[in-house]
Design a protein around this ligand. Structure first.
Ligand code: HEC
Length: 164
């Protein structure tokens, strides 16, 4: 009787260890895009500028990976490598984002731009870029998209080139 109890405990212990192993790092690593690790050098959460006024928000490697996924599916056709094919001078480079009016080198302003694209000088609505309404992507999703673009603009080699 005692012996059977021992085996039962052993089986339960092994099962618990297996479940814990399955849920831990290999599964997490699998959801991080290799590009994020290799070219953006993000392996743990990073703080990004939220509003140009010193506030930041933390984004995990998984957030950046889902942002990259959204970018690839919906934006890449015009913005391959951070360039802007229909209008090369308005690329997604950090300098271009920074010099726009209002500056687009922070999360909130990028999100505001996705919700309603504006001309580079901010004077009127632009119909060239793809608008992202709330009915399509949630706040969380557009923030991940913004985080990916901002980090790529800061770090990805060759991002936002105007010569291609
Ligand atoms: C059909 C082509 C097209 C698609 C698709 C597209 N864009 Fe654009 N995007 C443009 C053009 C053209 C501009 C410049 C528009 C302007 O200044 O009037 C632009 C501008 C931008 C800018 C501003 C760049 C700067 O330097 O200020 C951002 C940010 C941006 N797009 C993000 C996105 C995102 C995110 C997506 C996907 C959800 C997307 N775009 C999809 C064509 C596109």
């Amino acid at each position: 009787m005692l012996r059977r109890l021992f085996y039962l405990r052993l089986v339960i212990a092994v099962a618990v260890v297996l479940v814990v192993m399955l849920q831990s790092s290999p599964a997490l690593a699998a959801s991080t895009d290799p590009y994020v690790v290799r070219y953006l050098h993000v392996t743990e959460p990073i703080d990004l500028d939220l509003n140009g006024q010193g506030e930041t928000r933390s984004f995990s490697p998984q957030d950046l990976s889902s942002g990259k996924q959204l970018f690839e599916t919906n934006c890449l056709s015009c913005h391959v490598g951070g360039a802007t094919l229909p209008d090369p001078l308005v690329s997604l480079s950090l300098k271009k984002l920074k010099d726009a009016n209002p500056p687009r080198d922070n999360i909130n302003n990028l999100v505001a731009y996705f919700r309603q694209p504006m001309t580079y000088d901010g004077s009127e609505e632009s119909y060239w870029c793809r608008q992202v309404p709330e009915s399509w992507l949630s706040k969380e999703e557009v923030e991940s998209l913004a985080a990916f673009i901002l980090t790529a603009a800061q770090k990805a080699p060759g991002w936002g080139s105007e010569n291609f």
